[in-house]
Design a protein around this ligand. Structure first.
Ligand code: SF4
Length: 499
């Protein structure tokens, strides 16, 4: 994997990668087409299934997660006790290093040579795959998108759709180059090539690794949702399985699960349910896999509960970020994610609005000083989020923190000071507004971009043209005519309304 894309030299600025991505026409097309299709599908699926009740449902889901996070200590202990009773081994990992150490110790004890892995953001976070490879364990991503990203030495660009930035031709080229297959762009044939290759690895694997979508505290159950069935093979074929799961994935009991399953699938891929939804409570119940209830599955099941900065996020006002179920809907809805050509510009494992708000907390605001500017504050992410996370409020809080810590650029700070000084006096405001009208009227027709520091802003924007009459003059004139401005605006047929 191209580690540098997700773990760049720090501090990382999104503006260092965004311009090149914005100029890459085919990248823009792939990402725009995929995200618009998914976002439209999500809206249609939620409207068809929930209608007017959709907002109530996502608030309900958010409330379940908030309740769990408010009592996380209790539910974590309850989960550990139930999972242990079911025969699983629960491990606690304070950080990425500890999680990888536990995995390597288990792999070493069983003398693992081949590991099959299903898609997991938690293991991307801990950089588990390179750690396994460095220990001499051949590790293969079994999610088709992740597998192609691995073959290409690339990095995932989306939480749910890792190869959103690639097309069929690049998959075909990767298969010819690395698997020796014939060139085809037929999706069915490409899938069969990958399937044939992976089945052989599943048969040989002595270790399986996955993440988890939910953990059920009452029953100690691990829930994995996929569309390809690769996670089920990863869990059930190798004799030993390890699931690396963030501590925020807990929900109290099985009765809460349907709420999240309904929302997760529709928000991620516009499906009523993911094709495979697997609930795993403990390892197999017999010494050897035979037919019968609870008789298949791994001999050993290890669940690693990963903190890696999450308990810090439990502080207000960031606690709601831990409600995230990683559906990717906010990425698909976000105009900035599209404009920067997908996730690589963010320089972090998590991209889009959730990545831009969670990464500065997990890896330091000083390391990602401008990530919170990667939002137009249009609110599309908030409306897309199935667990009702107020992402725009999180962006604003981060910007405030960056400004307080003087992490925003000095010219921006100077401009803001000047703006505040102007806004504190009507006379200064009048003068500044008149000056701006004068300058803009002179700029009309000037070939942009402007030189110097204004170049980046003006290179992709047209110079605004001032109106025929300015607002203050219009307001004064209407007021003199008598009546409220709203009435006069209506009489004048402008359609303007003032509340
Ligand atoms: S923040 Fe909300 S919309 Fe974004 S990935 Fe998380 S759950 Fe999905």
């Amino acid at each position: 994997m191209n580690e540098g894309l997700l773990f760049p030299p720090l501090p990382h600025r999104i503006e260092s990668r965004a311009p090149a991505a914005a100029r890459d026409v085919s990248l823009q097309q792939f990402v725009r087409h995929a995200t618009v299709t998914k976002d439209t599908g999500r809206v249609d699926a939620c409207r068809a299934a929930f209608g007017e009740r959709y907002d109530d449902l996502r608030q309900h889901a958010g409330a379940i997660k908030s309740h769990t996070l408010d009592h996380l200590d209790l539910y974590l202990e309850r989960f550990e006790a139930a999972a242990t009773r079911a025969g699983a081994t629960v491990h606690w990992a304070a950080d990425a290093h500890a999680a990888n150490r536990i995995c390597l110790d288990i792999a070493g004890r069983i003398n693992a040579k081949v590991c099959v892995k299903s898609k997991s953001m938690a293991t991307e976070e801990t950089r588990l795959l390179p750690a396994l490879e460095a220990a001499g364990i051949k590790t293969v991503e079994t999610d088709l998108g992740e597998f192609i990203v691995q073959l290409d030495g690339d990095a995932p660009s989306h939480i749910v759709t890792p190869m959103i930035h690639k097309n069929r031709a690049s998959v075909a080229r990767a298969f010819v180059r690395d698997l020796g297959s014939r060139y085809t762009e037929d999706p069915g044939e490409l899938t069969m090539i990958a399937r044939e290759h992976m089945r052989r690895l599943f048969e040989r694997a002595d270790l399986g690794i996955s993440g988890g979508n939910f953990l059920i505290a009452d029953t100690g159950t691990l829930v994995i949702c996929t569309n390809e069935g690769n996670a089920d093979l990863t869990v059930s074929l190798p004799p030993v399985h390890i699931a690396v799961v963030g501590i925020e994935k807990l929900i109290p009991s099985m009765e809460h699960l349907p709420v999240f399953l309904k929302l997760l699938a529709r928000s991620a891929t516009a499906q009523p349910l993911t094709i495979y939804t697997t609930c795993i409570s403990g390892p197999r119940r017999t010494a050897t896999p035979v037919a019968g209830p609870d008789a298949d599955g791994p001999r050993e099941l290890h669940i690693i509960l990963l903190d890696n900065g999450r308990t810090e996020l439990l502080r207000e006002p960031t606690r709601e970020l831990l409600r995230c179920i990683r559906c990717g809907a906010c990425l698909n809805a976000c105009p900035v994610y599209k404009a920067v050509g997908g996730g690589h510009a963010y320089g972090s494992v998590y991209s889009g609005p959730i990545g831009a708000t969670i990464t500065p907390h997990l890896r330091g605001l000083h390391n990602y000083p401008d990530l919170a500017t990667a939002s137009s504050l249009c609110g599309a992410c908030f409306h897309a989020c199935p667990v009702h996370i107020d992402l725009p409020a999180q962006f604003i809080a981060l910007r405030e923190e960056a400004a307080r810590s003087h992490l925003n650029p000095a010219p921006e700070r100077a401009a803001m000071k000047l703006w505040r000084w102007i806004m504190q006096s009507p006379a200064r405001y009048r003068f500044a507004a008149g000056l701006a009208r004068f300058v803009l009227s002179r700029l009309d027709g000037v070939d942009l971009p402007l030189p110097g520091p204004l170049g980046a802003w003006t290179s992709c924007r047209a110079s605004p043209r001032p109106g025929e009459i300015d607002f203050r003059a219009w307001w004064g004139e209407r007021s003199q005519m008598g009546g409220r401005p709203a009435d006069s605006a209506a009489r004048a047929g402008t359609g303007a309304r003032y509340e």
